[in-house]
Write a protein of this length. Structure first.
Length: 256
């Protein structure tokens, strides 16, 4: 564990890896050396938590107004088509980076209201049951996620396999995007749009933006969780509280 901490991994990441080790040993019917029942493991992890801290770095949400600014700064044309679809599908679907990267053409079911995306497996779906995410036609052409996805598939000529691909300097298509690439793309787009501090944003900003925007527009916790796949209401409320703090900070600077 000390070696992992030395690689600047977060305490939460180290804890997840210990959990995976425990699960693998349990499945094999063996005693795990990584349980908190072992005094050395427990003491070492507590020490790492004290040293590194346990607070997660929360990315700012990309809400609708911020997304419009990002879309205005797209550069392209093929990369722009991909980035627009990536941002709008990630936002409307409240998708994790890994879920966005894993979407395949075969997972898309088109219908008159939009498109249904089949997510075969996600972070909290260890059994692989999968879930469906609805993407509806937008009110405005500029921000319609369905039209953006259709346009990307049309200009890229992607007809099967992974939807989101790398785009080379001259517009040539490469292999599928990885989840880390999606985070870097979002950060780059935010920088181009000249939003405050690009380091505050990342791939998770799309998912956080959906929850923030949907909550502000009156969607219930149940409705939001159906789309996000969250298992805990507390996670949904966390985004709303962060947005409230931002608004309060802004109002506090009015000098009233």
């Amino acid at each position: 564990m000390h070696r992992l901490a030395g690689r600047t991994l977060k305490a939460a990441t180290i804890t997840r890896r210990l959990t995976s080790i425990n699960a693998a040993h349990k499945e094999a019917g063996e005693d795990s050396p990584a349980t908190m029942n072992h005094r050395l493991v427990a003491d070492t992890l507590h020490g790492i938590r004290r040293s590194l801290g346990v607070a997660q770095t929360r990315k700012k949400p990309l809400t609708r107004d911020r997304i419009v600014k990002v879309l205005d700064a797209l550069q392209g044309p093929i990369a722009a088509a991909r980035d627009k679809a990536l941002v709008l599908i990630g936002f409307a679907g409240s998708l994790r980076r890994s879920e966005l990267a894993a979407i395949r053409v075969e997972d898309l079911a088109w219908h008159r209201k939009g498109v249904t995306i089949r997510i075969p497996r996600s972070k909290t779906d260890q059994e692989g049951e999968g879930r469906e995410v609805e993407i509806l036609l937008g009110v405005h052409d500029q921000t319609c996620p369905v039209m953006a996805l259709e346009n990307w598939l049309k200009v890229s000529l992607v007809k099967d396999g992974y939807v989101f691909r790398r785009v080379g300097q001259y517009g040539n298509l490469g292999p599928a995007l990885g989840k880390d690439s999606i985070g870097r793309i979002v950060k780059r787009l935010v920088r181009r749009a000249k939003l405050a501090n690009p380091n505050d944003y990342g791939g998770h900003s799309l998912r956080a933006g959906f929850v923030t925007e949907a909550s502000a527009n009156g969607a219930t916790d149940r409705e939001i969780m159906k789309q996000t796949g969250h298992k805990s209401i507390a996670m949904v409320h966390r985004y709303a509280r962060e947005d409230q703090k931002d608004r309060q900070t802004a109002v506090g600077k009015l000098g009233l």
